[in-house]
Design a protein around this ligand. Structure first.
Ligand code: PMT
Length: 367
């Protein structure tokens, strides 16, 4: 927070609302001991200045470094975003526009102010963009960098196990979670292959889609693609059992009772995760009870790098819904994502996967 910001809101308010420490001073003995401005600059993945006043734009464009914010701007090596907010007349002043242009030429990205009624009563351009759209922009950027150049293979949707030419055993998966992950991985810079069971969704443009119907077909498609991938995410609800015999003609309704003989399908995820050159393997766990216990069992038994556990068969989230909540487990930690839109959840999950993937590779390469 700059000195001007402190005149509007106290650091305590920001600290309480964000749950994070607030930095205000360039040089304080405690700050230098704990996290000085250079450490802060190295730590940051993105620098977002919101609101960015006309004064801040002027200072940054001229390289002034007389407070924590302007010094950070000079010290960071990460993408910088400004979300200007000022009176409409100040926004239109040629010197403000000139300062802004200079910053844009230096690679700073603009989250443009909006038009409307301003705090001072004027009407025009200068209102800071809505916080939600600022967050969306920043998350997009965060995501764009994390999987650059990586190859990601994702399964999605249900499988259908045929009983005869007209009937099959399947489940309620809509493919929404897997398709959202494919979109997010693509936006994160990855080359994405999506192996999809039958769903009524369009594969995101830019994703290589392979359409299958049965668990056996999904397994074959995954095994063909897996040698080329860095990360495998099994979001599909693959049938665990398939009819021993799929009748060539429609089964007639005769007996009062009938029995189906089912055979276990191949566990695609476990097979992939146990390959000698296995990719970073992420499974899902769809549970109706003992979420954590069952998810951890899958993590260890299938030798996964991560497992994303969700409740299914409940009112909210899981199958079919546009929303979901997840608790993700790995060997040394876990993270919970509250109920949210699957598209947003997917972006956050991809980010977490990228972080864990990079940590594993960093550890491997420095061992
Ligand atoms: O498609 P949506 O409607 O959006 O719903 C999303 C979802 C609930 C389907 C998704 O979030 C999810 O949980 N997917 C996994 C469903 C599942 O089959 O879970 P499971 O606990 O039965 O299987 C564990 C893991 O093993 C999964 O990663 C699954 O893909 C994999 N598996 C299972 C059986 C098998 N034969 N091969 C596998 O690879």
């Amino acid at each position: 927070m700059t000195q001007s910001a402190l005149q509007f809101v106290t650091p305590l308010t920001f600290q309480t609302l964000s749950g994070h420490p607030v930095h205000t001073e360039l040089l304080t003995p405690e700050a230098e001991y704990a996290m000085g401005h250079i450490a802060l600059a190295r730590w940051a993945e993105i620098l977002l200045i919101a609101p960015a006043t006309a004064n801040v734009l002027a200072k940054l464009s001229h390289g002034l470094a007389d407070d924590l914010l302007s010094t950070l701007y000079l010290a960071v090596d990460c993408p910088v975003y400004v979300a200007p907010a000022m009176n409409q007349a100040m926004w239109h002043k040629p010197i403000t526009q000139q300062n802004l242009q200079q910053l844009l030429q230096q690679g700073v990205k603009l989250i443009a102010p909006e038009s409307g009624e301003q705090a001072c009563g004027d009407v025009g351009i200068g209102r800071m963009a809505e916080p939600a759209s600022i967050c969306a922009r920043v998350m997009q950027v965060a995501a764009t960098q994390v999987l650059h150049g990586k190859k990601v293979l994702i399964t999605a949707g249900p499988t259908r196990e045929p009983l005869d030419p007209v009937r099959y055993i399947s489940n309620r998966s809509s493919g929404k979670m897997g398709y959202a992950l494919a979109s997010s991985a693509l936006a994160a810079g990855a080359e994405v292959t999506l192996v999809s069971g039958p769903v009524s969704l369009m594969a995101p443009r830019g994703v290589k889609a392979v359409y299958v119907e049965t668990a056996a077909q999904m397994s074959a498609a995954v095994m063909a693609e897996v040698p080329h991938c860095d990360i495998f995410i099994g979001a599909a609800a693959v049938a665990d059992y398939t009819p021993e015999i799929s009748q060539p003609a429609k089964i007639k309704k005769q007996a009062e009772q009938t029995t189906l003989n089912l055979l276990k399908t191949q566990d695609i995820l476990a097979t992939v995760a146990n390959l000698s050159n296995a990719p970073f393997s992420v499974g899902f766990a769809a549970e109706t009870d003992h979420l954590e216990q069952n998810a951890l069992d899958k993590l260890h038994r299938k030798q996964l790098d991560m497992v994303a556990a969700n409740w299914v068969g409940r009112e909210q989230g899981g199958f079919e819904s546009d929303q979901n909540a997840l608790t993700v487990f790995w060997n040394t930690g876990q993270q919970t994502f509250a109920l949210m839109d699957k598209t947003i959840l997917a972006t956050q999950l991809i980010h977490l996967i990228a972080t864990r993937f990079n940590e594993k590779h960093y550890a491997k390469n420095t061992a």
